[in-house]
Design a protein around this ligand. Structure first.
Ligand code: COA
Length: 382
């Protein structure tokens, strides 16, 4: 069938384009408001666990105690991963592999071990969402231990996602403060409208491909430094500044002069401070005081204030999360995989939503190349 003749609207980077309806989250970029299914992110970060938020995103309402108990039991039961996956990380993944690349491959492999991988039934898809959310923390922790020459630690299958993840990563149970911070960070990163990785996820889902294919694509999008990869770049910047002695102001001026981006700053939707950054800054402030290490907070604040003053751009979610994870003792290159652990709930919730009323997502490109050329014999070209 030929394409419609009407000139399509065009927007570079799809800015300002509304591609679909969602009941999952609402962002007001002018006032800095983020809502998951009706609940303000500040309320959720303070009063709901990551598992409650996962349920909210998947099912539409916060769970009752019985529903939460049931979901937590399913998540715990699904945390172990097949030995073949651990062997792949042990023997077929270089220790210096980018963790996002290693996890992208591991997620793809998971499909081969899931009998329901290609089952499009909504209940089967919900079960896959649970399995993916349960297994990614196990894979991230296993990869980190293996690359350090240590044995992976099997999930305890007790407690929260945050608790078991930190336990598998460090080999010891986290204290309540560390667990609470990780849990809140997971709540804050779970869902964010039609961001690049979620859009990629829904595009793949809209072809009626399977959930694994869609989240593997989303992992690829999240990895980029303009999206989830920014938290790693933020920490690299802070560490470099600490080492070089360049002041935060000098750094900002140098970057702006060179027309280079400052990571963790700016956002396509927020034109003010990202509300998640406000919460993460408060968490960083508490953690800095507890650890007696305030330099990361101070450097971050100066960078933020300087870019705000010079360019009117404010911090996004990745800006303060970097230092929070750093003070928790987490390797810098695991920050984006941790983002993915959380966002897995949002990605899969979007897929469940997409498939309730699917239509292929297929925009158009405007052709700006030449027309009317004819093929010359190869000997005559050049
Ligand atoms: N540092 C310096 N300048 C920035 C900037 C940043 N982080 N983000 C945007 N700008 C500037 C651009 O240089 C441009 O300035 P100009 O008009 O003077 O040329 C203007 O703001 C618009 O930038 P643009 O890249 O077109 O905006 P966008 O909506 O496409 O970009 C981001 C959104 C998030 C990709 C962008 O802000 C960015 O790259 N931020 C850093 C990466 C990051 O933290 N990503 C995580 C997002 S949660």
């Amino acid at each position: 069938m030929s394409q419609t003749a009407a000139a399509p609207t065009k927007s570079r980077g799809l800015e300002g384009v509304t591609a679909l309806d969602t009941e999952l989250s609402f962002i007001d970029g002018t006032v800095g408001e983020l809502i998951y299914r009706g609940y303000d992110i500040r309320d959720l970060a303070k009063n709901a666990s990551f598992e409650e938020v996962a349920y909210l995103l998947w099912k539409g309402e916060l769970p009752t105690q019985a529903q939460l108990d049931d979901l937590e039991a399913q998540l715990r039961a699904a945390r172990p991963v097949h030995d073949d996956l651990l062997d792949h990380l042990r023997h077929h993944t270089p220790n210096d592999a980018n963790p996002m690349a290693a996890m992208r491959t591991a997620l793809s492999m998971l499909a081969a071990y899931d009998d329901e991988a290609d089952d499009p039934d909504p209940e089967a898809n919900y079960r896959k969402a649970i399995r993916l959310t349960a297994k990614l923390p196990t894979l991230v922790a296993a990869f980190d231990r293996i690359r350090k020459g240590k044995d992976p630690i099997a999930p305890k299958q007790e407690g929260s996602t945050a608790h078991d993840f930190l336990y598998m990563l460090n080999g010891e149970a986290p204290g309540p403060a560390a667990e609470a911070i990780m849990d809140a960070a997971l709540v804050l990163h779970a869902e964010h409208g039609l961001n690049a990785s979620t859009f990629a996820c829904r595009v793949i889902g809209s072809t009626m491909s399977d959930m694994y294919s869609a989240v593997v694509g989303a992992m690829g999008a999240l990895k980029g430094p303009l999206h989830g990869g920014a938290n790693i770049e933020v920490m690299k910047t802070l560490l470099e500044l600490d080492e070089s002695g360049e002041t935060a102001q000098q750094f900002v001026d140098r970057k702006l002069e060179a027309k280079e981006k400052i990571m963790g700053i700016g956002h396509r939707v927020y034109k003010t401070l990202d509300p998640r950054a406000t919460i993460l800054r408060a968490m960083l402030s508490d953690l800095s005081e507890e650890k007696g290490e305030t330099k990361w907070l101070e450097m971050s604040d100066t960078i933020r204030e300087t870019v705000l003053e010079r360019k009117g751009l404010d911090a996004n979610v990745d800006f303060y999360s970097a230092s929070v994870y750093y003070l928790l003792g987490i390797e810098t290159d695991l920050y984006t995989p941790i983002f993915a652990i959380s966002r897995m709930t949002g990605w899969t919730a979007h897929l469940l939503e997409q498939w309730t009323d699917n239509r292929l997502i297929r925009p158009r490109a405007e052709y700006v190349g030449p027309k009317g050329k004819t093929v010359a014999p190869i000997a005559d070209r050049g």
